[in-house]
Write a protein that binds this ligand. Structure first.
Ligand code: NAD
Length: 301
């Protein structure tokens, strides 16, 4: 039978993900508190809904793609203003997938509450950026039971290429947080190396090509060069339009710090990257792509 998916959160990532579910033949109902965001997938065949109540009608699966833990808790558990959460609204047997990147505690809290009510829930954050979402090549990092994982695979294969089972509830988030700590460090380092080269007379494109075939090779350099006009179709060549907003990278590096405090781990590189983003964001860059950190190195004022 055709799956009916309630998709909640149609931002930079949710939008292309919902479109790929439609292409795969799923029925997709969409809701976003920003109706304009949801409207962008209506023209592709999604059913536009104006409330949580409406979006879950007839749905067998819910996918949420929201900014942070507070939004995920509000949507599933209800907000503090008496709003009812999804767990008190959806029909028995509805399968629940949260693909936002959030703190593992919130993911475990929602998973636990879902279990009490007899629902299967997985945390399934993604990696691959907007380009990966558009191409349907996202990596999904799933936390949950074995049976919930295999159910999740059936749905997520339409939007992703690699689907990993990181472990129990919340472990998908923990693995994603480790990945993004590394990404924050790699993006900072890539900005720094290219900027050093420019300051010393090198052409950024030539330098990038050299490093791509050398030991400095990494994802930022390969797919997301932060220096304008080195690569086509990346945010740096499009006035740093997101993409992945700098405020979301700051959130993820903060989640890395929270985790390190819990485990008493040393994360000097991640902490430095987090502080670079904190400085960068206070200069009005929160809503720009995270690769705009390059300008932090180039600003000679
Ligand atoms: P975004 O801000 O573009 O989209 C989030 C959407 O959620 C917005 O449209 C917002 O209006 C909506 N929303 C917020 N609260 C809501 C609520 N209560 N009910 C309904 N809708 C609500 O963010 P994004 O870039 O799409 O990222 C979403 C998540 O995915 C974040 O956790 C982010 O860290 C993660 N992520 C992003 C990327 C990327 O490259 N952009 C890559 C991997 C992971």
């Amino acid at each position: 039978a055709t799956s009916t998916i309630a998709f909640i959160g149609l931002g930079n990532m949710g939008n292309p993900m919902a479109k790929n579910l439609l292409k795969a033949g799923c029925k997709v109902r969409v809701f976003d508190i920003n109706t304009d965001a949801a409207k962008q997938v209506e023209s592709e065949g999604a059913h536009l809904c104006l409330s949580l109540d409406d979006v879950i009608q007839g749905a067998d699966t819910v996918i949420t793609m929201l900014p942070a833990g507070e939004h995920v808790r509000a949507v599933y558990l209800g907000d503090h203003h008496g709003g009812v959460g999804l767990l008190n609204m959806v029909a028995g047997g509805t399968f629940l997938i949260d693909s936002s990147t959030i703190d593992p505690e919130s993911a475990r809290l929602v998973a636990g509450e879902a279990e009490k009510k007899g629902f299967e829930f997985v945390d399934a954050p993604v990696s691959g950026g907007v380009a990966g979402a558009q191409a349907g090549t996202l990596t999904f990092i799933v936390g949950g039971t074995d049976s919930a994982f295999s159910k999740a695979e059936g749905v997520l294969q339409h939007v992703g290429k690699n689907i990993f089972h990181a472990g129990k509830a919340g472990d998908g988030q923990m693995a994603k947080i480790c990945n993004n700590l590394l990404l924050g460090v790699l993006m900072s380092g890539t900005c720094e190396a290219i900027s050093l080269g420019i300051d010393n007379g090198l052409d950024p494109e030539v330098l990038s090509n050299i490093m791509l075939q050398s030991s400095g090779r990494n994802w930022a350099l390969e797919l997301y060069n932060p220096c304008p006009n080195v690569m086509e179709k990346v945010p740096s060549s499009n006035n740093y339009q997101p993409g992945f907003m700098a405020k979301l990278m700051l959130k993820d590096l903060g989640l890395g710090i929270d985790a390190a405090l819990q485990s008493q781990s040393a994360i000097p590189m991640g902490t430095l990257a987090r502080n670079l983003y904190a400085f960068h964001n206070t200069r009005g860059n929160e809503l720009r792509d995270f690769s705009s950190l390059f300008e932090f190195y180039r600003d000679k004022k």
